[in-house]
Design a protein around this ligand. Structure first.
Ligand code: SF4
Ligand code: SF4
Length: 83
């Protein structure tokens, strides 16, 4: 499952550099996560790094982008050129 940034985002810029997959970018109004790049940090870290640093706790799981641990690992391997 990818994570999603809600409209509570205050554009503090803290999460973007923490993402190991470069999945986070500045959108038109708030930061956004590219679901095709977000692995929930699987393959890199034990926990989603963006959630850990967000000061307003506005990065929940995106129920519309559900993926299994296996799918997330496969995405990680694809993104890092190992598949
Ligand atoms: S959970 Fe990890 S991979 Fe997904 S957007 Fe946050 S930092 Fe990036
Ligand atoms: S850390 Fe949270 S508040 Fe800051 S830019 Fe990222 S999503 Fe927005």
């Amino acid at each position: 499952m990818s994570l999603i940034i809600t409209d509570e985002c205050v554009n503090c810029d803290v999460c973007e550099p923490e993402c190991p997959n470069e999945a986070i970018s500045q959108g038109e109004e708030i930061y956004v996560i590219d679901p095709s790049k977000c692995t929930e940090c699987v393959g890199h870290y034990d926990e989603p790094q963006c959630q850990l640093v967000c000061p307003v706790d506005c990065i929940p799981h995106d129920e519309n982008n559900r993926e299994s641990e296996e799918q997330l690992m496969e995405k990680y391997l694809t993104l890092t050129g190992q598949l």
